[in-house]
Design a protein around this ligand. Structure first.
Ligand code: 3H9
Length: 700
């Protein structure tokens, strides 16, 4: 069995300590240990109360996610262990030493009293895995804190820090000293006062106050489309909490929870979300990079470029408490960049998500400098100037002279050749790519790009720094566009071709929006500004690409996108809603005719495949070449950096769910119809199909 619970009699108190490192999920041995521990304590007349705590860094991280979908597990079930606890005639005190998430909090809710360390987060994050709390959480939490607060906590799945949990009534106390000592002292108080048990299932007043209040649930249901569009679990959660309020009895509510939990368990979204959970963690593990590789000490950072990217990256350092110098060769840009950072923080303060004191602290960590040489004492420098290889090479040649020995030299290029950049230095082993996504202070993804000479120390340091900055880091090989942007090229190109062939921007965008992305490619282009690409192409003497013709024509007519109210769509004054525009549609039809296309109708299914399957095929090529280490890494990139719906699991997972034989057949058909190289199926895809395997099988 996996994990255990240690039993220790401390006078009249039984101390149960959960031991399943690193985060104590409720694996078989833990469930069995809870059951046995409580049984032993009940059988011993000398024991008057039980204290339950976690060893290592968590109380309990929840059910053991790795057991989901596995064949029948050993030992007692969680329900049996919880029944044993709830049936205890001796009070049980949860000593929440660290994270109590999901089933972990549900265990604590089956205890009679709860005391938490001040730093411990509690919460029911099951929704993030496509699930709902299935061990009584949807029934007990509303009884403890009321239906409205319970809906907010369970539908958001967000962690609640112990002091807030105390205010909400989830815990009874916050420890001021050692959590176990304080819990034992608390237990003695409870014993002194008569050793009363206190079962949440018997609390009625909070839920009866809301009985018959349908507007409460209607209000939340109406909001789900905004907060959790396309997701299955949130509506199920509402039904469970409604049952907690309105069902005849606690047990009847539990039956609703069991039924809804089973529905979530068998929903494909659950599998996709758990795939992403493990993929994000696996991404940190780099084959050939020993876990104990000595890392560079990063105590001070330097950033070059005070534009949107540079400013956002500097904020990442400051947010993590790392002082950072920011340099821009234009003093006005530097001043503007610092102002933007300040107003970003000020906005967060005004929303109540940051204190003024914390903002001041972070601002004090960001040190602007007009002097390039000042950057030299950074343990790391991140170059974040615009995408121009020559410029980046010039900067790295200067950095090589200025940066202290042993510093990590990173480029934030979004797709240029890292080896060419490293090659201008005398220390290419200290160079790698660190590709942040815009806005860097918000987006979770970081692509760490491995140059041919990047040393394991440098790569390990960049990955670890990513974690410290709160990022999900993925290692990418050095190829044009790395993982994310290389794949994206295929997606945007197909979208552009389809509107030449007869689809409309609105139709393509609707298919992509309905699939779960925040917006389709044409709304996105209008938002970014069509003129950016148009000007860049002009500077290079124009483009022969057929896909450039429509945006170029639109720009020639002064249609730059949202910024001036018209692009692929038209926009009303002060409103960002894209509305189809006959003038733009006429431009599209004309260009399409000029280029000799015969316009035809597209089904939504074809549009989706034409947009998604290039991602899959290019992703497969990246795997084949070794530029992506795992299919899960690619999925991690797409859900964290490109707004791909997490509940679909990323493009490679999506392909698996479609059946790779079907995906291959469609690609072969598209190749035959268009001759476009992107449809030439990768060898890896063909091999997987011939072996009856899928992408997930590659990751083990
Ligand atoms: C649930 O509880 C359902 C119930 O309501 C109903 C049941 C009937 N299981 O993230 P880290 C592993 S659903 C198995 O790097 P951190 C993780 O894979 C669950 N393994 O550490 C990693 O393994 P490895 C509801 C788990 O300190 C290692 O632990 N609970 C689990 O940055 C370290 O993880 C959740 O959704 C698990 N539950 O963050 C909580 N959790 O080293 C999910 C972690 O081999 N977990 N592992 O890569 C988390 O949010 C974070 O892991 C946590 C620690 C905050 C706990």
């Amino acid at each position: 069995m996996k994990g255990t619970v240690h039993y220790e009699a401390r006078g009249n108190i039984a101390l149960l300590s959960i031991d399943n490192p690193p985060v104590n999920p409720l694996s078989s041995g833990v469930r069995q240990g809870l059951f046995d521990g409580v049984s032993s304590a009940l059988a011993d007349d000398a024991i008057e109360a039980i204290v339950l705590t976690g060893m290592h860094r968590a109380f309990i991280a929840g059910a053991d996610i790795s057991e989901f979908g596995a064949a029948a597990t050993e030992g007692v079930g969680l329900g049996e262990a919880l029944d044993k606890m709830e049936g205890s005639t001796k009070p049980i005190i949860a000593a929440i030493n660290g994270t109590a998430f999901g089933g972990g909090l549900e265990v604590a809710l089956c205890c009679d009293y709860r005391i938490a360390a001040a730093t411990a987060p509690v919460g029911l994050p099951e929704v993030k895995l496509g699930l709902l709390p299935g061990a009584g959480g949807t029934q007990r939490l509303p009884r403890l804190i009321g239906a409205e607060a319970a809906v907010q906590a369970i539908v958001s799945g967000n962690p609640i820090m112990a002091p807030d949990a105390l205010t909400m009534g989830i815990v009874d106390r916050v420890a001021s000293g050692d959590i176990v000592d304080d819990a034992i002292a608390y237990a003695q108080e409870i014993i002194g006062a008569g050793a009363a048990t206190r079962k949440i299932r018997d609390l009625e007043d909070k839920v009866s106050a809301d009985r018959g209040n349908t507007t409460l649930f209607e209000k939340f249901a109406a909001n789900l489309d905004k907060t959790h569009r396309g997701q299955f679990a949130p509506a199920q959660i509402l039904q469970c909490i409604e049952a907690a309020v309105n069902a005849e009895s606690f047990d009847e509510g539990m039956a609703v929870e069991r039924a809804r939990f089973a529905e979530c368990m068998s929903d494909p979204q659950r599998e996709a979300l758990i795939h992403i959970f493990f993929a994000e963690r696996a991404a940190n593990k780099i084959p050939g990079l020993p876990k104990d590789v000595p890392l560079l000490d990063i105590n001070k950072g330097s950033v070059i470029g005070a534009g949107t990217m540079g400013g956002g990256i500097a904020m990442c350092f400051a947010n993590a408490g790392i002082p950072v110098r920011v340099h821009d060769n234009e003093p006005e840009n530097l001043a503007r960049g610092i102002n933007v950072i300040e107003s970003n923080y000020a906005r967060t303060v005004s929303k109540g998500r940051l204190t003024q004191e914390e903002m001041d602290k972070r601002m004090s960590l960001i040190i602007p400098t007009e002097n390039f040489d000042d950057l030299g004492d950074g343990d790391i420098v991140v170059e974040a100037v615009y995408e121009n290889l020559d410029l980046k090479k010039q900067i790295f040649a200067r950095l090589d002279k200025v940066m202290k020995q042993g510093a990590l030299l990173a480029t934030n290029t979004s797709g240029l050749d890292v080896d060419a950049i490293a090659g201008v230095t005398d220390r290419p082993e200290f160079v790698c790519g660190m590709h942040f996504f815009s806005p860097a202070n918000v987006m979770r993804l970081l692509e760490v790009v491995r140059g041919k000479d990047s040393s394991p120390v440098v790569l390990g340091t960049a990955m670890a720094l990513g974690k410290r900055l709160g990022k999900v880091s993925v290692m990418a090989g050095n190829c044009p566009g790395f993982i994310g942007n290389r794949m994206l090229g295929g997606y945007t190109r197909q979208a552009a071709l389809m509107i030449l062939e007869g689809a409309t921007p609105a139709q393509v965008d609707k298919v992509i929006f309905d699939f779960g992305l925040a917006m389709g490619p044409f709304t996105m282009n209008d938002m970014v500004g069509l003129d950016l690409g148009w000007r860049a192409r002009k500077m290079m003497g124009g483009s022969n690409e057929v896909t450039a013709r429509i945006p170029d024509e639109l720009c020639e007519l002064g249609r730059y996108g949202q910024k001036n109210g018209k692009g692929y769509y038209q926009y009303a004054e002060g409103d960002r809603t894209p509305r189809p525009d006959p003038e733009a549609d006429a431009v599209i039809a004309k260009v399409s005719e000029d280029l000799g296309y015969t316009r035809r109708d597209f089904s939504d299914d074809e549009i989706l495949k034409r947009c998604m399957y290039p991602l899959v095929n290019i992703g497969a090529k990246l795997l084949e070449e070794g530029h992506a280490l795992r299919a899960g890494d690619i999925d991690t990139v797409y859900v964290n950096g490109y707004g791909f719906p997490t509940y679909v699991g990323g493009p490679m997972w999506f392909a698996d769910t479609q059946g790779l034989d079907n995906v291959l057949a469609d690609m072969e058909r598209f190749f035959e119809e268009t001759g476009d190289e992107v449809w030439k199926p990768s060898d890896l895809l063909k091999k997987l199909v011939s072996e009856g395997k899928n992408f997930a099988s590659l990751d083990g």
